[in-house]
Design a protein around this ligand. Structure first.
Ligand SMILES: NC(=O)C1=CN([C@@H]2O[C@H](COP(=O)(O)OP(=O)(O)OC[C@H]3O[C@@H](n4cnc5c(N)ncnc54)[C@H](OP(=O)(O)O)[C@@H]3O)[C@@H](O)[C@H]2O)C=CC1
Ligand SMILES: O=C([O-])CC(=O)C(=O)O
Length: 254
């Protein structure tokens, strides 16, 4: 399967390293970024091609990975889906704009393309998807990151946000995509708290869900990407696992 990537930052770098070792599960060949040098650096590693416009890769790939920004989802994903190509979206927060989500789903339905959104930097999405078959009555996320990951300086624990996921993704578009994945999986706009905590060196996500099937809590203490401390390594790994799964015959986990 031939793949192109939009956004050549932290996540794309990890994916490219896996591609170099032949462990990505797909053939990553096309690279696009606002910053052409970043695209060139990655393309060089896999003998790939830099494109200056998205359309230059569309007739050569089966799937396009978005690893750029929530804004990029609205900007470029419609044309990818219109060309009938599948997409893997990392900036899931964009899908909390329900008009955009609806539009993307309609295009995908008409062209037969698929939209994949990996579980990202959280654990427990498998259980939440199962629980959503019944009724979920409560769902919340507490995200705790080192201040640097949240782009601030503080000496003490500071609550930066408390409210619904739909607003959180607007205020912290590149820090809380996980809230969108959870909300979409639960089918409700979940409760979110974002804390800057100078005493931690991990990006931590605590998920709590109550439903008619029971109740569960998951806690993730993520190693941060060296290139971008906002982003957890697990987010990149979740995308790689999803790509590999596209070729697997036995699917374990919901
Ligand atoms: N689902 C999840 O759990 C997670 C999702 N994410 C999201 O995934 C995305 C990628 O993350 P990450 O790799 O860490 O991000 P980075 O900031 O490290 O890299 C993104 C790259 O994409 C470029 N870019 C941004 N917008 C566009 C555009 N419209 N067209 C082309 N290039 C663009 C950026 O350029 P420039 O720097 O100049 O803007 C940058 O080079 C982010 O939106 C992030 O929020 C991250 C972690 C977890
Ligand atoms: O990587 C993380 O820990 C979470 C993140 O940035 C996001 O969801 O946008």
């Amino acid at each position: 399967m031939k793949v192109g990537i939009i956004g050549c930052g932290a996540i794309a770098n990890i994916m490219t390293n896996f591609a170099v070792e032949g462990k990505l599960g797909v053939d990553l060949k096309f690279f696009y970024d606002k910053d052409i040098e970043r695209a060139e650096n990655l393309a060089l590693q896999v003998d790939g091609t830099v494109v200056l416009e998205i359309e230059d890769m569309l007739d050569k790939v089966d799937l396009v990975i978005e690893a750029a920004s929530p804004h990029a989802v609205g900007e470029v994903i419609p044309q990818v889906l219109e060309s009938g190509k599948n997409v893997l979206i990392m900036s899931v927060g964009a899908l909390m704009d329900f008009e955009l989500k609806d539009r993307l789903e309609k295009i995908a339905t008409s062209t037969g393309a698929k939209i994949y959104a990996p579980s990202g930097a959280i654990v427990g999405l498998d259980g939440i998807k199962a629980a959503s078959i019944g009724k979920i009555s409560e769902a919340s996320l507490i995200t705790r990151k080192p201040p640097r990951s949240l782009g601030i300086k503080t000496d003490g624990e500071t609550i930066l946000y408390e409210g619904k996921a739909s607003e959180a993704v607007k205020e912290f578009p590149t820090n809380i995509n996980v809230a969108a994945a959870l909300s979409i999986a639960c089918g409700i706009d979940i409760d979110v708290k974002i804390i800057a905590d100078p005493s931690v060196d991990r990006n931590m996500h605590e998920v709590h869900v109550v439903g008619d099937s029971g109740e569960f809590t998951t806690i993730t203490k993520n190693v941060r990407c060296s290139m971008n401390p906002k982003t957890s390594v697990l987010a990149a790994y979740s995308a790689i696992k999803l790509l590999r799964r596209l070729n697997e015959n036995i699917i374990v986990g919901t």
